[in-house]
Design a protein around this ligand. Structure first.
Ligand code: MN
Length: 369
């Protein structure tokens, strides 16, 4: 049983190492809402509401809408009366607001942080414990990254065994030509993903994916719009590469629909787009039941959201890599001790709760005016 006294939300804008162009826009910084949930017993849980780039292009929510929804609706619902636990809290959040999964995920991860701190264990133990304490991390190359070849060489030397190319040019032909050129820079044993963020149509996918497969691309992430599940199933059968669903799987219901229509070989499971760790874990369970592989998706989180996702991904029986690269792409963080990477792997934090501590000074430094 816990009772929430108050919730603080702060929008932060963090600098990134280089601009990052993805299918839905260009990131020149990364923004998120840092959430602190305070219990009446004096325990504080940390959470983060985050979408790629901070704007609404990817998931419909933005830092501004998430802060408003949390402040005006979700936080008052949590503070209204004591709760028996996280499940009770999630039900209450779902009654307070439909959808708004990205905003809810921030509060849910803060509640897990509180439960872990109260019991003196990492959040991973609340999900049955880690089966691995390292997660292989994919490196994501933006669509207009200058010196992409040098960046790939650096990241492969740093130990990354997966590379993802974001596709964001006006024409799929241009993207495909660029990737076909860059593939020469990628060692044979590195897994290559292309991600058009749902922006290609079926005829473009039918034309270009087999050529990319022949040149060494292994996975097409969300090549078609999220609604086109039958198209994805056809592409899966004809492209010669694995298809990963990202935008198409945000809920367990989506996961069932994608499984039944055989639209994907892999799910990119993300804590923010699913509304929290428990919901993301449900999607992973559907994937396993359907024989679909789980991949740990990232949303350019700071160390707060990165740890939250890693706590969960590390408990899965099999994980086909993750793209939790936020702390590598950002030049600073909002926690005292950022998460660490070793030889291309993310080390899952082991302290109580999420295992990260807020740096109040940095929170003030990066807080939006
Ligand atoms: Mn994606």
């Amino acid at each position: 049983m816990f009772a929430i006294r108050s919730v603080d939300t702060v929008v932060v804008d963090l600098p990134i190492r280089r601009r990052h162009r993805i299918g839905v826009g260009v990131m020149t910084r990364q923004s998120s809402v840092v959430v602190q949930v305070h219990t009446r017993d004096g325990v504080t849980g940390l959470g983060e509401a985050v979408v790629p780039g901070g704007g609404p292009e990817w998931g419909g929510e933005s830092v501004e809408t998430m802060k408003a929804v949390i402040d005006l609706y979700l936080a008052p619902a949590l503070c209204a009366a004591p709760m028996s636990g996280v499940n009770d809290a999630v039900a209450r959040l779902d009654r307070a607001s439909a959808h708004n999964r990205f905003a809810k995920a921030a509060l849910e991860m803060a509640l897990w942080d509180i439960v872990g701190k109260v019991h003196g264990c990492p959040v991973s133990e609340l999900f049955g414990g880690l089966v691995r304490d390292r997660l292989p991390v994919l490196w994501s190359v933006g669509a207009d990254t200058e010196r992409a070849a040098d960046e790939i060489a650096d990241r492969v030397a740093a130990g990354h065994r997966m590379v993802k190319f974001m596709m964001a040019h006006p024409s799929p032909a241009e993207d495909a030509a660029r990737i076909l050129g860059l593939l020469r820079e990628v060692p044979e044993d590195v897994v290559v993903v292309v991600d058009p963020n749902g922006r290609w149509d079926e005829s473009a996918a039918r034309r270009w994916l087999p050529r990319l497969a022949e040149a060494g691309v292994d996975i097409a992430e969300q090549p078609l719009p999220a609604w086109n599940l039958d198209g994805m199933a056809r592409i899966r059968a004809s492209s010669g590469m694995r298809v990963m669903a990202d935008e198409a799987v945000a809920s367990v219901h989506d996961a069932v629909a994608v499984s039944r229509r055989r639209s994907a070989d892999l799910f990119s499971v993300k804590v923010p787009k699913s509304g929290g760790l428990a919901a993301a874990n449900g999607i992973a369970a559907v994937a396993r039941a359907a024989g679909i592989g789980c991949y740990g998706g990232g949303t350019m989180e700071t160390s707060i959201g990165t740890s939250a996702a890693a706590q969960l991904f590390g408990t899965w029986p099999v994980v086909h890599g993750c793209d939790l690269i936020g702390p590598l792409l950002m030049t600073d963080d909002v926690v005292v001790e950022p998460v660490s990477y070793e030889n291309g792997d993310l080390v899952v934090p082991r302290g109580p709760g999420l295992g990260v501590e807020l740096d109040e000074q940095k929170l003030r430094k990066y807080a939006r005016e």
